[in-house]
Design a protein around this ligand. Structure first.
Ligand SMILES: NC(=O)c1ccc[n+]([C@@H]2O[C@H](COP(=O)([O-])OP(=O)(O)OC[C@H]3O[C@@H](n4cnc5c(N)ncnc54)[C@H](OP(=O)(O)O)[C@@H]3O)[C@@H](O)[C@H]2O)c1
Length: 254
C-alpha cells in the first residue's frame, strides 16, 4: 500500500484489460490517476470505482493517434493535480493480421500509429512535465511477440511493438540525466478482450496457454503489479529495459 503516495499518473488504454487493472492498482497505491482511452463511459465507470474505494482519478476520452490528445492528458494532470510523475502508455491494437503478403499498407500503418507513434507522442509531451518536478517514470506496453518469439501473421503488431524497445532505450539514454526512467513491459498472453479476439476458440486458447512455462495465461492484475514496480521508486535504478513478464513463453520449447 501507498507505494505511489503523492504521485500523479497517466494511464492509457484504461477502459479495459491491463490498463484498467493498472489504473485501479495505481490508485490503491495512492496515486492520483488520469485515465485515457476512446470509450468514455468505461472510463467514467472506472473513475467512479476508484473514487468509491477512496482514491482520486479523472478521465479524458480520446484517440491516442492525436498529438493534441496527449497534450490534453498532460494538461489535465497539471490542472487537477499540479504535476506528472508516471505515465503508463499502454493503449494498443493487434492491427491487421494475416499473411504478411496480404496485409494492406493502411492496416500496417494503423498498427504503427496506435502502438508506436502514439507512444512517442505521449512521451514527447509527458517527459518535460516530469522534469519540472525532479523526474519520473514512463512505461510502454510492448510484447514478447516480435522480440523473443516470432509468430506468423502478426507483422504489423510485431513491428510496431518491437519498435517500442528502441524508443525505450533512446528515451532512457536521453533523459536519464534528468532522472526520467523509461522502460517497456513485455507481457505474455493476458486474458483480456484483445487476447479473446486473437484466440476465439478453445483450441486456440489451449495452444497459447501451453506455450507458457507456467501453463496458463496471465490475469491483467498480475501485469499491473509489474507495471507498479517499474513506475514506483522500488525500480529507482531500472531504466532502458525490455522487461519480460511472460510466464516463461520466451524460454519454453516443450
Ligand atoms: N492481452 C495480451 O495477451 C497482451 C500481451 C502483450 C501485450 N499486450 C498489450 O497490452 C496492451 C493492453 O491491451 P489489453 O490486452 O489490455 O487489451 P484491451 O482490453 O483490448 O485493451 C486495449 C486498450 O487500448 C485502448 N485503445 C486501443 N486503440 C486506441 C486508440 N486508438 N486510442 C485510444 N485508446 C485505444 C482500448 O480502449 P478503447 O477501445 O476504449 O479506445 C483499450 O483500453 C496493448 O498495448 C496490447 O498490445 C497484450
Amino acid at each position: 500500500m501507498n507505494r505511489l503516495n503523492g504521485k500523479v499518473a497517466i494511464v492509457t488504454g484504461a477502459s479495459s484489460g491491463i490498463g484498467h487493472a493498472t489504473a485501479k492498482l495505481f490508485a490503491t497505491e495512492g496515486a492520483k490517476v488520469i485515465v485515457g482511452a476512446r470509450r468514455g463511459a468505461e472510463l467514467e465507470n472506472l473513475v467512479a470505482d476508484i473514487k468509491a474505494a477512496g482514491g482520486d482519478a479523472a478521465a479524458l476520452a480520446g484517440d491516442v493517434r492525436s498529438e493534441d490528445y496527449h497534450k490534453a492528458l498532460v494538461a489535465l494532470a497539471v490542472e487537477h493535480y499540479g504535476r506528472l510523475d508516471i505515465a503508463f502508455n499502454n493503449a494498443g491494437t493487434l492491427g491487421e493480421a494475416g499473411p504478411s503478403t496480404e496485409v494492406s499498407e493502411a492496416g500496417f500503418a494503423e498498427a504503427l500509429a496506435i502502438n508506436l507513434t502514439a507512444s512517442f507522442l505521449a512521451a514527447k509531451h509527458q517527459i518535460g512535465e516530469m522534469i519540472k518536478h525532479g523526474g519520473g517514470s514512463v512505461v510502454f506496453t510492448s510484447t514478447f511477440v516480435g522480440h523473443t518469439v516470432g509468430f506468423p501473421g502478426v507483422a504489423a503488431y510485431a513491428a510496431s511493438k518491437s519498435g517500442l524497445i528502441g524508443l525505450t532505450q533512446t528515451l532512457a539514454a536521453e533523459f536519464g540525466p534528468q532522472n526520467v526512467r523509461v522502460n517497456a513491459i513485455l507481457p505474455g498472453a493476458v486474458d483480456t478482450d484483445m487476447y479473446r479476439e486473437m484466440n476465439d476458440t478453445p483450441d486456440k486458447q489451449a495452444f497459447v496457454t501451453n506455450l507458457h512455462a507456467l501453463k496458463r495465461v496471465s490475469r491483467p492484475e498480475e501485469i499491473a503489479r509489474s507495471v507498479l514496480y517499474l513506475a514506483s521508486d522500488d525500480a529507482s535504478f531500472v531504466t532502458g529495459t525490455a522487461s519480460l513478464v511472460d510466464g516463461g513463453v520466451s524460454i519454453t520449447r516443450t
